[in-house]
Design a protein around this ligand. Structure first.
Ligand SMILES: NC(=O)c1ccc[n+]([C@@H]2O[C@H](COP(=O)([O-])OP(=O)(O)OC[C@H]3O[C@@H](n4cnc5c(N)ncnc54)[C@H](O)[C@@H]3O)[C@@H](O)[C@H]2O)c1
Length: 285
């Protein structure tokens, strides 16, 4: 049975970003009403101008604030009288320079986990009673980093692996209801968050080029990711992964992880880049 998005109410965190905004447009085209949330009110107001004011509610929300997240759910119900789908999508990585566990800035490490793990937990927790009541869906943006080695990106990768498990746990806990939960695994997508590793930082870019074959580094556009996400909502898929070549890698992750971890530990070129990165870290000064 297709989940019909027409007249459903969907809340998106990180809605002003690349994947959030592209998904908002796809959902709107299928008749959904949207609660667009992101750090800056001006950013969601700007996006909301694309849509009929009757079907959109733009709200500032920092997902590290549990009370503010609950307040957004309350405002959603006040305005639309329901919430059907919550898309916990807000995420961050390093601001500029990637770091190792020994060398990175401690506060930045913890802030990434605050947003990427606890922000997702807070969004799920706030939205869940209403989503269950409406037999709706929780969607969580994880990443291919939930199974790729997180070298030089540990707080991000650790959080993405954690939210994958959070969502898998939820899927089973929801087994007795008609609500469902999905893990979204974007591959590289051409948005602001991917800039550091794709040209924005020379060492991160070279590490990527050393560790991954060309076809795995080819970014997709956020619109392609958004189409996959909306198809996944319509079919209540438990896993939404794009581009498709990541699907077999994800399924064979046990073997893939053992081989890639072994290789990266021994690859001299890769280890040389890592040592160079560590000399530039705040923890080493
Ligand atoms: N782009 C990729 O290659 C890629 C790959 C895998 C996973 N992802 C994930 O996809 C999701 C969307 O990222 P994107 O690619 O659209 O990047 P993006 O940087 O364009 O969007 C992220 C959005 O999250 C918002 N945000 C940051 N901190 C926040 C906070 N504390 N509270 C609320 N909102 C906050 C940002 O303002 C931004 O609009 C993220 O969870 C990201 O980790 C992206």
């Amino acid at each position: 049975m297709t989940y019909d998005l027409n007249s459903k109410v969907v809340l998106i965190t990180g809605a002003a970003g690349g994947i959030g905004a592209a998904t908002a447009r796809e959902l709107y085209a299928r008749g959904a009403s949207l609660v667009l949330t992101d750090l800056q009110q001006s950013a969601v107001d700007h996006l909301a101008q694309e849509f009929d004011a009757e079907r959109v509610l733009p709200l500032a929300l920092d997902v590290t604030d549990a009370d503010a997240t609950k307040a957004v759910v309350r405002k959603t119900i006040e305005r639309f009288e329901r919430l059907d789908v919550a898309f916990a999508n807000a995420g961050i990585s390093w601001r500029g320079t990637p770091g190792t566990i020994m060398g990175c800035d401690e506060q930045e490490f913890e802030h990434i986990v605050e947003v990427d793990l606890f922000g997702v937990w807070r969004t799920i927790r706030a939205a869940l009673p209403e989503v269950v009541r409406n037999e709706g869906q929780i969607l969580v943006t994880s990443s291919v980093y939930s199974f790729l080695n997180g070298v030089a990106n540990a707080p991000y990768a650790a959080s993405k692996a954690a939210v994958e498990m959070l969502t898998r746990s939820l899927q089973v806990e929801l087994g007795g209801s008609r609500a469902t939960a999905s893990v979204v695994y974007p591959g590289w997508t051409a948005t602001a968050i991917a800039k550091v590793a794709f040209g924005g930082n020379e060492l991160a870019t070279r590490m990527n080029e050393t560790a991954l074959p060309n076809f795995l580094r080819r970014p997709i556009q956020p619109e392609q990711m958004a189409k996959a996400i909306v198809m996944g909502i319509e079919s209540r898929s438990t896993r939404i992964i794009a581009p498709g070549h990541w699907a077999p890698i994800s399924l064979l992750r046990g073997m893939f992880n053992a081989v890639t971890d072994w290789t990266l530990r021994r690859d001299e070129r890769f280890q040389g880049l890592l040592r160079k990165l560590e000399t530039q870290q705040p923890g080493q000064s």
